[in-house]
Design a protein around this ligand. Structure first.
Ligand code: SF4
Length: 62
């Protein structure tokens, strides 16, 4: 699975980086996801973080 953050939607709340720092981090005021495949052990937390995003800015791709 891969994840990406839409910079046009992200409001910089930092929630995803707090919930799943293995995949999401803050780049200035916006969140970014690691490029490429998410390690399998990090997928559940990454999905939880995506679902928790208040503005639906995180997309996941199988
Ligand atoms: S949870 Fe959503 S709005 Fe908040 S920093 Fe992450 S991508 Fe941006």
């Amino acid at each position: 699975m891969k994840a990406s953050v839409d910079p046009n939607l992200c409001i910089g709340c930092t929630q995803c980086a707090g919930l799943c720092p293995e995949v999401f981090s803050m780049d200035g005021t916006l969140a970014v996801a690691i490029p490429g495949e998410i390690p399998p052990e990090d997928v559940p937390q990454a999905v939880s973080a995506a679902e928790a995003c208040p503005v639906g800015a995180i997309q996941t791709i199988e």
